[in-house]
Design a protein around this ligand. Structure first.
Ligand code: S3P
Length: 442
C-alpha cells in the first residue's frame, strides 16, 4: 500500500448528498477530556481516522478505559487523572494528538515518552515545551525540541502566556496542563484560534472565562476544577467537507450537499473566501449540535475569480489553503494567500508542496516565505492541464487536494502515499466515488 498510487480522472460531474466525517479536532479533544474526567463519556460521530485512533490508544496507555461501541460510537471511562504509561506513546502522524496529550499529561506526577511517524518527528514541539516548562514540567528530547522526547510532569504553577503564533494546539496544551496547576492559567491570543477546547471544557463542567481585550482574547481557568464525564456529538469536519465542496465548485455540472458540517466561525474562513470568489454555496438547516453551530452545505459548479485573502483570516482556515489553492487554479485571475507561514510546519511544508504540485499540473504559482499566490485561469480560456504524478511527502491534505484538481483538469492526476489519507478522512475515496468522481488506484 505504501507505494501504491491513487489517480483521479476528469470527466464526470459530481452529484449527491453525503455526510462529512467527524471533526478531527473535536474527536481528539473528546477522547482526551473524557480520559481526564471522572466517570463515563459517550461520544457519537467520532472520526475513526488513524490520527484519532492513536489518541484513543494513548488514552488507554494513560489509564482510561476506551471502547468502541459501534461505528463512530465510543465510550470512555476516565479515572479523573492520568497514570504513567508503561511504554512509549506513539502519536503517529498527529500533531494535535501529541501536543494536546503532552499538555494534559504535564499536569500529573508521571514520566512519559512520546514519539510519532517520520513527519511528526520533524515538526516543532518547542512551541508547547516552552510554556509547559515555564509552568514547571521538564523535558528531555532531541535537538530543536523534536520527538521522541520524555516529559516529567506534576506540581505545575500557574501562567499567563501570550501565544507567539496563532496555534490552537499550543493554547489547548497550556489550558489542559492548567487544569492541574496550583494557580490560575491564562492564555492570551492576539489572533483568535479555534475554540473547541474552551467549548468542550464547559461541557465537562469546567468554568472557562473568555474576555476580549483590545487586540487580544484572554482565556482563563481557575485552579482546582474537576471534569465530569458527559455526552458529546462530534459535528462533521469542515476541513474534510472542503474536498467534495471544492470538487463540486470546479467540476462542470456538479451539485453536492455535505450534511452536518461544523460552521464554527473560527473554522469557516474557507467558505467565506469561496463566497468572495463567487462560489455558489448555500447553507441550510443551521442548528446547534453539542454547543457548536452546524449546517448542510450545498455547492454547485461556479465561475470563480481570484481574491486577496487577508492574513487575519489564516487561523480560521489554516488547514484549508491547499484545497483553496486548487479552487484558485480554476478561478479567473490571481488568488493571494497572505500570512500563511504556519502552513510550512504542518504535516509537510504545505506551501512548498502545493507550489510544486500545482506547477507540475501546469498552474502558475508564486511562493514567498509567508505568502502563496496562485495564478488562475478560467476553464474555457486556459484549462488546468493536470497530467502529473504528485509527491505528497505523506501529507493527507496535499494528496486529497491534488486528487480533487484531477477531477476537473484536462489530464488525470496521480498522488503517492495514498494510504496517508486515512489519517483524517478514511472514507474519502468511497465518498468521492459515490458522488461520481473518478478516483481509483492506479
Ligand atoms: C488544530 C489546530 C491547528 C490545525 C490542526 C488542528 C487543533 O494547528 O492546523 O490541524 O485541533 O487544535 P495549530 O494549532 O498548529 O495551528
Amino acid at each position: 500500500m505504501a507505494h501504491a498510487q491513487l489517480t483521479s480522472t476528469p470527466g464526470n460531474p459530481l452529484r449527491g448528498r453525503v455526510r462529512a466525517p467527524g471533526d478531527k479536532s473535536i474527536s481528539h479533544r473528546s477522547l482526551i477530556l473524557g480520559a481526564m474526567a471522572s466517570g463515563v463519556t459517550e461520544v457519537e460521530g467520532l472520526l475513526e481516522g488513524d490520527d484519532v485512533l492513536r489518541t484513543a490508544a494513548a488514552m488507554r496507555a494513560f489509564g482510561a478505559v476506551v471502547e468502541q461501541l459501534g461505528q463512530g460510537a465510543w465510550r470512555i471511562e476516565g479515572r479523573g487523572g492520568f497514570v504513567e504509561p508503561e511504554d512509549v506513546v506513539d502519536c503517529g502522524n498527529a500533531g494535535t494528538g501529541v501536543r494536546l496529550i503532552m499538555g494534559a499529561a504535564a499536569g500529573f506526577d508521571l514520566a512519559a515518552t512520546f514519539t510519532g511517524d517520520s513527519s511528526l518527528r520533524k515538526r516543532p514541539m518547542g512551541r508547547v515545551l516552552e510554556p509547559l516548562s515555564q509552568m514547571g514540567a521538564t523535558f528531555m528530547g532531541r535537538g530543536g525540541g523534536r520527538l521522541p522526547l520524555t516529559l516529567r510532569g506534576g506540581r505545575l504553577s500557574g501562567i499567563s502566556y501570550t501565544l507567539p503564533m496563532a496555534s490552537a494546539q499550543v493554547k489547548s496544551a497550556v489550558l489542559l496542563a492548567g487544569l492541574n496547576a496550583v494557580a490560575a492559567v491564562e492564555v492570551r491570543e492576539p489572533e483568535p484560534t479555534r475554540d473547541h477546547t474552551e467549548r468542550m471544557l464547559r461541557a465537562f463542567g469546567v468554568e472557562v472565562l473568555v474576555t476580549d481585550e483590545p487586540g487580544v482574547r484572554v482565556i482563563r481557568i481557575a485552579p482546582g476544577q474537576k471534569l465530569t464525564g458527559t455526552r458529546i456529538r462530534v459535528p462533521g469536519d469542515p476541513s474534510s467537507a472542503a474536498f467534495p465542496i471544492v470538487a463540486a465548485l470546479i467540476t462542470p455540472g456538479s451539485e453536492v450537499t455535505v450534511e452536518g458540517v461544523l460552521l464554527n466561525p473560527l473554522r469557516a474562513g474557507l467558505f467565506e473566501t469561496l463566497r468572495e470568489m463567487g462560489a455558489d454555496l448555500t447553507i441550510e438547516n443551521l442548528r446547534d449540535e453539542g454547543g457548536e453551530p452546524v449546517g448542510d452545505v450545498t455547492a454547485r459548479h461556479s465561475a470563480m475569480r481570484g481574491v486577496d485573502v487577508p492574513a487575519e483570516r489564516a487561523p480560521s482556515m489554516i488547514d484549508e489553503y491547499p484545497i483553496l489553492a486548487v479552487a484558485a487554479a480554476f478561478a479567473e485571475g490571481r488568488t493571494i494567500m497572505r500570512g500563511v507561514g504556519e502552513m510550512r510546519v504542518k504535516e509537510s511544508d504545505r506551501i512548498a508542496l502545493m507550489a510544486a504540485g500545482l506547477t507540475a499540473c501546469g498552474v502558475a504559482v508564486e511562493e514567498e516565505p509567508e505568502t502563496l499566490t496562485v495564478v488562475g485561469a478560467s476553464r474555457a480560456n486556459h484549462p488546468v492541464r493536470g497530467g502529473a504524478s504528485v509527491i505528497t511527502h505523506g501529507d493527507h491534505r496535499i494528496a486529497m487536494s491534488h486528487l480533487v484538481l484531477g477531477l476537473a483538469s484536462v489530464q488525470p492526476v496521480s498522488v503517492d502515499e495514498p494510504g496517508m489519507i486515512a489519517t483524517s478522512f478514511p472514507t474519502f475515496v468511497s465518498m468521492m466515488a459515490g458522488l461520481g468522481a473518478g478516483i481509483a488506484e492506479a
